[in-house]
Design a protein around this ligand. Structure first.
Ligand SMILES: [Ca+2]
Ligand SMILES: [Ca+2]
Length: 257
């Protein structure tokens, strides 16, 4: 009798294929000595009580191991929940912003603006000459490469939420354009598509946008501001094509170590 067949017999006996049990405690499977009719149809050597007890002990050990595994999983789950809470404490979220898309000067790097700004000295009116705006996804409506997991639509014209996170225990961070996998020894934080401003507009940094972008609810109106465009390879100059393909959106990945 193979192990799997015996296992099936015990289960059938415990729960009774005929709906009857001979023990008050169904866990005491070793008190059952009569196989079910299904098992009786399985040819094989007879099983004496001693052998059956051996199998039962093995099953009990398996059960103990399963209980231990469940306990480990619970502990790991608690640890993960704790890590998530710590991550929330260590992260900052808000709305993406930057210089207006069609100005010549101003800051080039996108900013993650908090929703609850704190103020210092100030004067009324726009007087400084340097200004910041909220940001919009300006990727084309057609052929959007992004997943719709977090927003069931094309993100075009929707405003952009952001988060800045602290990863504990890994000091180095690396954004790799045109890759979806981290080098060996690095941990993937997220991956998606490379974005920046359009060539004809105010220059900005290249940023890796998650493959499933989120939007700020209720902000789908076309207001512009700072803009995010997906970045395509252009084979007309020095790009190493055909590894890069003319007109294809570049992927990206953010890794830590
Ligand atoms: Ca908008
Ligand atoms: Ca727009």
């Amino acid at each position: 009798m193979t192990w799997s067949v015996l296992h099936m017999c015990l289960l059938l006996t415990v729960y009774g294929s005929d709906g009857q049990s001979t023990s008050a405690d169904p866990r005491c499977v070793y008190t059952f000595t009569v196989p079910t009719s299904d098992c009786a149809q399985t040819p094989g050597p007879s099983v004496d009580d001693q052998l059956l007890k051996g199998y039962v002990i093995a099953l009990q050990e398996q059960f103990k191991q399963m209980v231990s595994d469940v306990r480990d999983l619970r502990e790991r789950n608690d640890k993960l929940l704790s890590d998530v809470e710590n991550l929330k404490k260590d992260s900052h979220s808000g709305v993406a912003g930057g210089a207006l898309y069609n100005v010549q000067g101003g800051g080039t790097n996108y900013q993650c603006l908090p929703r609850d700004p704190q103020w210092g000295q100030h004067t009324e009116g726009l007087t400084s000459g340097a200004y910041i705006h909220g940001a919009e996804y300006e990727m084309p409506r057609a052929n959007s490469p992004f997943l719709k997991t977090n927003f069931d639509g094309v993100p075009f014209n929707n405003d952009v939420p952001c988060a800045v996170c602290h990863v504990t225990g890994r000091q180095a961070k690396l954004m790799i354009p045109a890759r979806k996998e981290c080098p060996g020894g690095w941990t993937r934080e997220y991956h998606g598509y490379l974005t920046t401003s359009a060539d004809i507009y105010h220059p900005t940094t290249f940023e890796c946008m998650d493959e499933a972008p989120e939007v700020i609810e209720g902000m789908g109106r076309d207001s512009d501001g700072a803009l995010f465009y997906t970045v395509e390879g252009d084979c007309s100059c020095s790009l190493p094509c055909p590894n890069y393909v003319n007109g294809w959106a570049l992927t990206c990945i953010v890794c830590t170590k």
